[in-house]
Design a protein around this ligand. Structure first.
Ligand SMILES: NC(=O)c1ccc[n+]([C@@H]2O[C@H](COP(=O)([O-])OP(=O)(O)OC[C@H]3O[C@@H](n4cnc5c(N)ncnc54)[C@H](O)[C@@H]3O)[C@@H](O)[C@H]2O)c1
Length: 307
């Protein structure tokens, strides 16, 4: 695993060989429904054993019965102890006993109270910030536990013996586009890119990678049916959950993919429903390159993991 360097967008039109994933263990948070379920099904089809951590016990248990090779663990990702238990159970799955892939998918969307109060005659009320708890705190716990297991498995010195591990954070179109009136959701999804940027240069010390998948609109339970109808009536094409699953396999089966974010999109924008928009660097911008160099100079990657 080489240190991070920008090499341009990863190809998303080509065939890839997911057989390298066979026999590995993955965790998918929020894997009982929607896009998470699609990641679970794609991983399973590639021969990966999957531990599903989700609040939805009924659906999670149903999946565990339907899909041999999965294990359901009841888990609220915003609760640290729940995630500790989730990782413990994943590591105790038969076969390797090592966690290779972690998908921090659990997330919510709800009415955002931050700018909801339009009456300026009264004092502003404290807004509910539970989107932040779910969508940032949860993935940060997931990222910490993933790094813990990856480091324990691979050590901190890059060698050819280290086995590939990868954390995948879930963004959104709201992680790079202007989305009016949803400051919490947008902040939480931009945050996934922030976490990725803070890890991508040092992940190689423990034989690891970190990437982001940002889905466009996909029909799931995250929005009410009327909201999807409203979007569809505006002429918007949706993306497919199955393409998100293939996007995940594309990332995991190619160890050269580190520090990228992929957009899962409708087919009119990408032949396979996902594309690397190359958003995570500023190629050709010499000034930003110089500023980045100065940013990192006092705490260089070469100083190791924990400075
Ligand atoms: N569907 C879309 O259009 C879309 C677009 C962009 C990004 N996303 C992102 O994709 C991810 C999955 O969304 P989805 O559309 O599949 O939603 P969904 O509501 O259909 O499924 C989300 C799953 O996560 C679980 N979950 C939510 N909070 C949890 C918590 N604190 N702990 C454990 N489990 C929890 C739910 O029980 C559910 O099973 C989210 O991060 C979402 O922000 C979705």
């Amino acid at each position: 695993m080489p240190p991070y360097t920008h090499t341009g967008p990863a190809g998303c039109d080509q065939e890839f060989d997911a057989r390298v994933l066979q026999g590995k263990i993955a965790i998918v948070t929020g894997g009982a429904n929607g896009l998470g379920e699609a990641y679970v099904r794609a991983l399973l089809a590639a021969g990966v054993k999957v531990c599903i951590g989700d609040l939805d016990t009924e659906k999670g248990q149903k999946l565990e019965v339907e899909l041999p090779g999965t294990k359901f663990v009841q888990c609220d990702t915003s609760v640290w102890e729940d995630q500790v238990q989730l990782f413990r159970e994943a590591a105790s799955l038969p076969s390797t006993g090592k966690i290779s892939y972690v998908v921090a998918n659990a997330g919510i969307h709800r009415v955002d109270e931050v700018f909801q109060q339009s009456n300026t005659d009264s004092e502003p009320e404290r807004p509910d910030l539970s989107i932040i708890d779910n969508n940032i705190k949860g993935p940060l716990y997931t990222a910490k536990l993933a790094a813990h297991y990856f480091i324990r498995q691979n050590g901190q010195t890059p060698t050819s013996d280290q086995q590939d591990t990868c954390l995948v954070l879930i963004g959104s179109g709201a992680a790079f586009l202007d989305v009016p009136r949803s400051p919490q959701y947008s902040a939480s999804k931009w945050a996934m890119r922030g976490i990725m940027h803070s890890l991508r240069r040092t992940a190689y010390y423990y034989g690891s990678r970190v990437n982001v998948i940002s889905p466009w609109y996909v029909r799931t339970n995250i929005l009410p049916e009327e909201a999807y109808e409203h979007v569809a009536n505006a002429g918007i094409q949706f993306a497919n959950a199955e393409d998100a699953g293939q996007c995940l396999l594309r990332i995991l089966s190619d160890t050269s993919v580190n520090g990228h974010s992929f957009f899962v999109t409708c087919r009119k924008w990408a032949s396979r429903g996902y594309i690397d928009l190359d958003l995570e660097d500023y190629p050709g911008n010499d000034l930003v390159a110089e500023i980045q160099d100065e940013q990192i100079r006092p705490a260089p990657v070469s100083a190791g993991l924990f400075v």
